[in-house]
Design a protein around this ligand. Structure first.
Ligand code: SF4
Length: 484
């Protein structure tokens, strides 16, 4: 493979696609980056030094063959670059948009460790795949032949979608059951359009449909259909429900009117963006317009909330987090974007109480300043309150973005044999990815706890492999069993 155009990091500066000005971004929910010009994408890809041990690839959960698709892009061989990129990833253009590359591939790029700055891997990945869609290179993975087996997947988020595509390509009849009216999980209802425009998800869903995957929206397993019935219908089941139960504030005033869970708020905004009528948005309950908004939390969901509130026309938006910027879980890039757009961060502070008026409507957040104490067993310094440091922030809308926990699936599915960990995630065998119930597998957040989309895709792909091994082995064993 030609190497003529690589190693240009010494002469070419790192450059990301143009970011729209913050004052323009605040007015709409469109993605904030413009597309790379072809020459720019090729130039940026050519900065890669083609490491013998590519740390970018090692630190990608999917093990994406990044050096090769950078070299192909640098040499204008985009169709091959897409083939390499899509060989390990079912939705590269989505990962290119929403992966926290600063914590994964780009953060691990050797150029980032030098004065040259990382190769802009995520932007090139997005460019390759958006080009592939435009050129018609993205085609449904229809199987060469049906294999006669079927798999039921509970949950149409990234883990379920990735598993569905892989299994369908192997010839399985694949049915995806989702409690929501649209497929995509958090990709469609959780992540705002300014990070991931919804047509990007919808065209992936259609691609799966075109491959023959059957979707069953508005199907709440455990309510609309029983888990037992589903097991009887399919040769294997994959549980990929994600984790949706919000962690809630426990301080006084947490139940006041005007206090909402992050996902309730984001779902309403995303629905409105897709043309739905949302009563609680129309009435102003879930609309931040002209309000003083306080978001509690420091993860990526909190960043999504603060930036949504800005776009809805909030009077002020504050993000309150109990640690400092260096110790927050969210992407630093997203924090920088939020700051540019007008969000105020209140670091090292935790809510002590939410204050309300005579109608029980929230009016303020009383917080206390924190300092970082000794490190806990995870190595992170625990925040400790500073006595007497209380202060108050005006608030008409308070959003709790404190993370997510699994629902009680054994109860929800009326399946007490489904073993869960002490955190409530579904237990799986590390090798087979099978749960405590034969033929039932788990993938994504419900198996590993709330995590990144890229990990969900990885889990979905791994589960598809193990399901195929299980079904194939079981069929062979059933065939060779002596007739009774
Ligand atoms: Fe290229 Fe950076 Fe990966 Fe090395 S670590 S192969 S320079 S992208």
């Amino acid at each position: 493979m030609a190497r003529n155009k690589m190693l240009r990091f010494t002469t070419l500066e790192q450059e990301y696609p143009t970011k729209r000005p913050a004052e323009m971004r605040r007015e709409d929910f469109d993605e904030i980056y413009t597309a790379f010009e072809p020459a720019k994408a090729s130039d940026q890809a050519s900065r890669c030094e083609q490491c013998g041990i590519p740390f970018c690839q090692i630190h990608c959960p999917l093990g994406n063959n990044i050096p090769d698709w950078l070299m192909l892009t640098a040499n204008g061989r985009l169709e091959e670059a897409y083939a390499v990129s899509s060989a390990t990833n079912n939705m590269p253009e989505i990962c290119g948009r929403i992966c926290p590359q600063d914590r994964l591939c780009e953060g691990s790029c050797v150029l980032e460790q030098s004065r040259h700055r990382a190769v802009t891997i995520g932007s090139v990945e997005k460019y390759i795949t958006d080009t592939a869609w435009a050129e018609g290179w993205v085609q449904p993975k229809t199987p060469a032949a049906e294999n006669g087996f079927s798999v039921g997947i509970i949950g149409g988020g990234p883990a379920g979608m990735a598993a569905a595509e892989q299994l369908r390509a192997k010839g399985y009849a694949v049915h995806v059951y989702d409690r929501h009216d649209r497929i995509g999980g958090l990709l469609i209802y959780g992540i705002p359009g300014f990070k991931l425009e919804k047509y990007v998800v919808e065209r992936r869903v259609k691609l799966l449909q075109d491959a023959g995957v059957v979707f069953h929206p508005n199907t709440d397993v455990g309510k609309t259909i029983s888990f037992a019935d589903l097991r009887a219908k399919h040769d294997a089941i994959l549980v990929a429900t994600g984790v949706y139960k919000a962690r809630m504030l426990s301080c006084p005033g947490a139940g006041l009117t005007g206090v909402h869970k992050a996902l309730t708020y984001l779902t309403a905004s995303n629905r409105v963006g897709m043309g739905d009528t949302v009563a609680d948005y129309e009435s102003g309950i879930l609309d931040a317009k002209d309000k003083h908004v306080v978001v509690i939390g420091g993860g990526d969901t909190a960043m999504d909330c603060v930036r949504t509130a800005i776009r809805q026309g909030a009077k002020s938006v504050k993000c309150v987090y109990r640690r400092d910027r260096e110790n927050m879980p969210g992407s630093q890039r997203e924090v920088a974007n939020a700051v540019e757009e007008g969000v105020e961060f209140v670091w090292m502070a935790a809510p002590e109480a939410l204050l309300g008026d005579a109608d029980n409507k929230v009016t303020a957040v009383r917080a206390i300043k924190m300092h970082l104490g000794v490190a806990d067993s995870s190595g992170r310094q625990s925040p400790q309150p500073i006595e007497g440091s209380q202060f108050t922030m005006e608030a008409d809308l308070v959003i709790e973005a404190l993370g997510f926990e699994p629902e009680d699936l054994p109860v929800y599915f009326a399946e007490p044999d489904l073993a869960v960990t002490r955190w409530g995630t579904v237990k799986t065998d590390h090798k087979t990815l099978m749960t405590s119930i034969p033929g039932v597998f788990a993938a994504g957040d419900i198996m590993r706890g709330a995590s990144l989309v890229v990990w969900a895709v990885k889990d979905g792909r791994d589960a598809a492999e193990r399901i195929d091994q299980y079904v194939t082995a079981k069929a062979a064993a059933d065939k060779s069993a002596p007739a009774m």
